[in-house]
Design a protein around this ligand. Structure first.
Ligand code: NI
Length: 229
């Protein structure tokens, strides 16, 4: 399941993030320093040094944005969030071939292991600023290519094979991170999301009703049955 989070960042947050990432002294390092054994063969991009002051500011900015977004919560049902990372594709370091992410990764801030149930990419450059650079997710329904407006994000299954196509002009800036979900199963998480969205639409068109209350009970009882906290 791919979920598009529209305008995850406010225009102010986006401008702040871009200013930090485009600063002349932004501490970009070779992205291969943080890839697993399989992924390192395919990886050719740059990443912002995690221990830099700008990374600290940017992490807080992205975390605040996802934590206030109701769609993010409903779709990911987060238990732990990996500290957001930042990357740049362009020039001679411009692609990330097909790979899988490690199932469990160590997040530095806070210091914790995170199971990668859900992956998230936040686009920080507009599609017309660069050529190529689509995030391609090999889903059960086939390949889906994603290239979103700056400030938007996509959630996709952490278990999927995925890649970033070569950027042949300009620079692609993004944040990416993983979520360990309270509900480990993609299938169960998808059912909960469907039910939650249907309830939202039902209340919008019909207002409160006894049936909506009962279905809300079903939602929470399924979540109680499936969630680990
Ligand atoms: Ni990846």
């Amino acid at each position: 399941m791919l979920i598009h989070l529209k305008q995850l960042l406010t225009p102010d947050e986006l401008a702040q993030a871009r200013a930090l990432l485009q600063a002349a002294d932004a501490p970009w390092i070779d992205g291969r320093r943080s890839a697993g054994a399989q992924a390192v063969q395919a990886k050719n991009n740059e990443q912002l040094a995690q221990d830099s002051p700008s990374a600290t500011t940017l992490r807080a900015l992205v975390l605040a944005a996802v934590q206030r977004d109701p769609l993010f919560f409903s779709a990911a049902l987060p238990r732990k969030i990996f500290n957001p990372l930042f990357n740049r594709y362009g020039g001679g370091m411009n692609f990330y071939g097909a790979h899988v992410d490690n199932a469990v990764l160590h997040s530095r801030a806070p210091d914790q292991w995170v199971r990668t149930d859900v992956s998230c990419t936040v686009f920080l450059a507009d599609p017309d600023e660069y050529e190529g650079g689509e995030l391609v997710v090999h889903d059960t329904y086939g390949q889906q290519a994603v290239k979103l407006p700056a400030g938007d994000a996509v959630l996709y299954p952490g278990a999927s094979v995925h890649e970033v196509r070569p950027v042949t002009r300009g620079a692609r800036l993004a944040s990416f991170f993983w979520v360990e979900s309270m509900v480990r199963s993609d299938e169960q998480r998808r059912l909960l999301f469907e039910l939650d969205m249907a309830l939202l639409a039902l209340r919008k068109t019909q207002g409160e009703s006894a049936e909506a209350t009962r279905l809300t009970g079903v939602y929470h009882n399924l979540l109680r049955m499936w969630a680990s906290t």
